[in-house]
Design a protein around this ligand. Structure first.
Ligand SMILES: [Zn+2]
Length: 1004
């Protein structure tokens, strides 16, 4: 037989596109449209409906970027329309492009009584009408397509002030349509079969069978009478559609989903509307498809619905109760996990799960983070301690260099906690259940032969939109279809049950899951990074001193203010805000939010400290750090004053800062050329090198500007070795440098008896596409570096032996990094940034030099063309540090500077811990407002230890809980007896390496 496959394929493709698809609309008639443009920010329905609307003709342009126009649509249904084989629908084209939904104009459709019908999206633009006259409102949002074609060019569209005022969309049509259900069904048959066929091997009989069936379909459907002959076309395809799946076919649990970025190329105010559109789409689809289920993460997004769309929220609540609208993830938002501090990452679950339990009586069992940019090794323990048993992500499939070897596996954290984990092998969280996506899931699934089930989230995402009826039709046709994976629409729980059942002994991935991409997100948008860091520490201060004052009967605990501040900070940790990858609007708002958090918390801290210090006129030095600082005990206050700074001494040709503990020597240009620990005589600065050296790099990534640092940045460097001025004051050495249009002021200080050299870098940063690093070439032989993460640290090699090590050329650390050799080492701590790189090179004498660099600033131009411009102050500390515990001390002290108030005298800590390896991360009152004290501690060295915890007040009962402060038997082997303790009587606790312990105490 002659092979005419390519000719038949071309014929089928064109016949479906040109004949069948257009025939889905049997007939259409224009509806009447009037409009009202909102002058500025969006308004509620009632306010819009009360305006006077003017006639609006399709073909007319509407709304400037970020504007809103309300359309009112009216019309009669013509005589004779409707019937058993058709659906009556309003079809609207707001000026949609072929780009993905969620990145352009969108709408929300209301009835005249203010109830919501559904959203209006580029690929989901029909709404059922009838039987009576049409009378609907459309709230149309003219959101600009900020990303465009992702050429990463600077764009003014991300800021309302620069986005322009001319209308950007043209209303193309608002029609009443008769949709032919048989033709529609035929079109879906063709799409599924053609999509499957393209994925099958050319040699398979099944592929040829499908091709011949499609050819017969083309023969029997008359292009001039498609509606009349569509049933015959479906008949021609019935046999190939009825042929069941192979018994070994891969099983896909398809979970309805809409990844809605809480902010990104749009501000949060638009996300609120995106949620309303997407969720109302979902509710409408649930009415149409009884087996449709939808998984939705982020308590914040539900909370927005409760506040702004209460009726919609009640409809969601009913579907949640039925198990069809499924809250997943348990976090407040889908946060970044590289940068949020330990306590903040814990609170993502405390506030997220707290909301789900309160509103729905439902607790998600899995962590759902398809899109965050890498996953901290602390997450398995945090997730388990929050009551989760499974984890889902997707993003690691974006790795540039290495491929993750597993799709279903145990993920083991830094402490040894394990969580059952799945990466959807379809490599997308926005699937449309096309033949290509399903085949990819089957082809790539790494556990073949051992297990045979994977999860595929389907629905338009990022900017929302969600699942469509076409996706549900695709799912229905692939339930059991020869050659295709078997598709079942189900919940994540259903998937995880099946996966556990069929794969009882999965492999283990140990440690962090580093994303080999988007390494710039540890540094971009420095003000957002600093805002997060400052806010987390202000919250710690406010909680500690408020709890201390409350347990001593001196003040009420400010639950409301603290809750508000936490929720604000948790929202900014969303995976496009804290990483710095959003438009200017979002980052300006983040900075305002952080300022509001500080304005709310500073008075709380001050009031609590004054209440604790009591009346008097003596300086009282409060230390929030879990380690002693400035003469004050951990978590307590001492009589002041704070230790003075030593004065720089001229040492021609340079200066010296020497306090008898360490000695820092600067040359004539203010470069730190020597830093010696007095007790050991050890030099920290590599011979012939300068530390605290500012370096400027060209920073022009190949793509994803705000997200990415590419390895080629290292090819060009300018070292700022020249000084414009060096000036010694009574307590500091001040060095001024400049580069291009930017200026830098480095201030070096050394306090009496402190091992820490304080380095303040004040920059007026006027560069574009440049990166600023602060370099410390250290005379330390270190195979690996320790970097602080949540509740512990990770160790990463300083070499690039393997492709995995090589790809990790820029890494995230929290307050400190440590490099060491037996008996000696150095710590570099920071108060503002997360980006680091730690490498090794050779000194002329053959010894190794460990180069620690902090990434201080970048200046990407997409999506915010003015990112990082202006003044920044970042603080760093360098010290000799034999172990990570010294690094930890310095990290806390730098981030929690002591505060001096005037008062009566010292304040004893409410909580003290006997072991330096056990760190108090939070002291607060219980979420349930019972007045119980909650103390979160962790083991910080990575070893087993026992510690005594003493509380200054009598304790009636003490017990360990999960992160949500619930009794948690079996959570840890830490058992605390339920008995009474007198004030100061020690409570003994055993810790596993890096174990987090939440200790709950009832006052005696
Ligand atoms: Zn995302």
């Amino acid at each position: 037989m002659h092979d005419t496959t390519p000719q038949i394929e071309m014929r089928v493709e064109r016949f479906v596109r040109e004949r069948i698809a257009p025939a889905v609309e049997r007939r259409h008639v224009a509806l009447d449209v009037t409009a009202w443009e909102v002058p500025d920010e969006p308004v509620p329905f009632a306010e819009a409906a009360a305006q006077s609307f003017t006639v609006f003709k399709p073909g007319t342009s509407w709304s400037r970027p970020w504007g809103t126009t309300w359309f009112r649509v009216t019309g009669e249904i013509p005589e004779g329309w409707g019937g058993p084989d058709v659906a009556l629908e309003m079809v609207v084209d707001l000026g949609f492009s072929a780009r993905q939904p969620g990145f352009q104009a969108e709408g929300l459709i209301y009835r005249p009584d203010g109830t919501i019908v559904k959203g209006l999206e580029p690929l989901n633009n029909a709404v059922p009408v009838g039987p009576g006259p049409v009378d609907l409102y459309i709230e149309a949002a003219s959101n600009p397509d900020v990303g465009g074609h992702y050429f990463y060019l600077p764009t003014p569209l991300g800021d309302k002030a620069t986005a322009g005022t001319e209308p950007i969309y043209t209303l193309r049509r608002v029609d009443l349509v008769e949709r032919d259900l048989t033709v529609y069904g035929l079109l879906q048959d063709c799409r599924t079969l053609a999509g499957l066929m393209e994925e099958l091997e050319a040699s398979l009989p099944r592929r040829a069978e499908i091709l011949r069936a499609l050819e017969r379909m083309c023969d029997v459907v008359d292009p001039d009478r498609v509606a009349e002959t569509a049933a015959a076309g479906r008949e021609a395809l019935a046999d190939v559609l009825a042929s069941p799946a192979y018994s070994s076919a891969h099983q896909v649990i398809a979970v309805g989903h809409a990844h809605i970025d809480s902010a990104w190329l749009w501000p949060t105010r638009e996300t609120i509307r995106k949620c309303a559109r997407t969720f109302s789409n979902v509710l409408a689809l649930m009415d149409e498809y009884p087996d449709f289920v939808f998984a939705c993460s982020s308590a914040q997004q539900y909370a927005w619905m409760k506040e702004h769309y209460p009726a919609l929220f009640e409809r969601i609540r009913r579907r949640v109760a039925e198990g069809r609208f499924v809250p997943v993830g348990g976090m407040w938002v889908e946060s970044d996990t590289n940068m949020p501090g330990g306590e903040a990452l814990a609170r993502q679950f405390v506030y997220g799960k707290g909301f789900f339990l309160r509103e729905f009586g439902f607790e998600p069992d899995e962590v759902w983070l398809p899109d965050s940019f890498g996953y901290t090794g602390a997450l398995p323990q945090i997730a388990r301690a929050a009551g989760a048993h499974a984890f889902l992500t997707q993003k690691i499939s974006w790795n540039e260099t290495n491929r993750m070897p597993h799709h279903t596996f145990w993920w083991e954290g830094i402490d040894g906690s394990r969580i059952f984990t799945h990466f959807p092998p379809a490599d997308t969280y926005n699937s449309d259940l096309s033949g290509a996506d399903l085949a990819r899931a089957q082809r790539q699934y790494a556990e073949k032969g051992v297990s045979n089930v994977s999860l595929t989230p389907f629905g338009f995402g990022d900017g929302g939109g969600g699942p469509t009826r076409e996706m549900m039709e695709a799912a229905a046709r692939t339930r059991s279809l020869e050659g295709s994976p078997r598709v079942e629409v189900g919940t994540p729980q259903r998937f995880f049950e099946l996966a556990r059942e069929t794969h009882p002994a999965p492999a283990t991935w140990s440690g962090e899951m580093y994303l080999e991409l988007h390494r710039g997100t540890y540094t971009s948008q420095a003000n957002t990074k600093q805002g997060n860091r400052r806010s987390e520490h202000l919250l710690r201060e406010a909680e500690l001193w408020s709890a201390t004052a409350a347990w001593r009967g001196l003040a009420d605990y400010p639950h409301e203010t603290l809750d508000d501040a936490w929720r604000t900070v948790l929202l900014q940790q969303f995976h496009d805000i804290l990483p710095g990858s959003s438009i200017a609007w979002v980052h300006q708002e983040a900075e305002r939010n952080y300022a509001a958090v500080a304005a709310a918390l500073e008075p709380l801290i001050d009031e609590a400290q004054r209440a604790l210090a009591g009346p008097g006129s003596a300086p009282v030095v409060f230390n929030t750090a879990p380690v002693a600082a400035a003469g004050a005990p951990a978590l307590g206050a001492a009589a002041g004053p704070v230790p003075a700074r030593v004065a720089p001494v001229v040492a021609d040709p340079g200066w010296v800062l020497d306090n008898g503990v360490v000695r820092a020597v600067f040359d004539a240009t203010g470069l730190l050329v020597s830093f010696v620990e007095a007790s050991s005589g050890r030099e920290l600065v590599a011979a012939g090198e300068a530390a605290a050296l500012l370096q400027v790099f060209r920073d022009t990534p190949n793509q994803w500007d705000a997200w990415d640092i590419d390895a080629h940045y290292r090819h060009t460097v300018t070292e700022l070795r020249e000084a414009d001025a060096v000036e010694a004051t009574g307590e500091a050495l001040i060095v001024r440098r400049s580069f291009h249009r930017s200026t830098f002021t480095q201030t070096f200080r050394l306090a009496e008896s402190s091992p820490e050299l304080e380095i303040e870098t004040r920059t007026d940063w006027q560069e574009r596409e440049k990166m600023l690093k602060l370099a410390f070439p250290l005379a330390v032989h270190a195979d690996r570096a320790s970097s602080e993460v949540q509740f512990g640290h990770v160790q990463r090699p300083t070499h690039a032996n393997t492709s995995w090590d090589m790809a990790r050329f820029e890494t995230a650390a929290h307050r400190w990094v440590h490099v060491g050799e037996p008996g000696f080492g150095a710590a570099v701590a920071n108060d503002s940034t997360y980006g680091h790189d730690i490498t090794r090179r050779w000194a002329p004498d053959g010894s190794t030099v460990t180069l620690v660099r902090e990434s201080l600033l970048r200046a990407p131009r997409f999506p915010d063309p003015h990112a990082d411009q202006g003044e920044h102050v970042l603080r760093t500390a360098l010290r000799p540090a034999p172990t990570v515990l010294e690094a930890l001390d310095t990290g806390y002290r730098l981030n929690l500077p002591v505060r001096t108030v005037t008062g009566g005298g010292p304040v004893a800590p409410l909580v003290t811990v006997s072991s330096t390896a056990v760190v108090v991360e939070a002291v607060k009152l219980a979420e349930d407002r019972s007045g119980d004290l909650v103390v979160r501690l962790y083991e910080a060295r990575g070893g087993r230890t026992r510690a005594r915890v003493e509380v200054s007040e009598p304790v009636e009962r003490a017990w360990t809980t999960d992160l949500l402060e619930r009794d948690a038997a079996g959570l840890a082997d830490t058992v605390v007896q339920s008995s009474a303790w007198a004030a100061g009587e020690p409570i003994e606790i055993a810790f596993r390496p890096f174990e987090i312990v939440t200790l709950r105490l009832r006052r005696g």
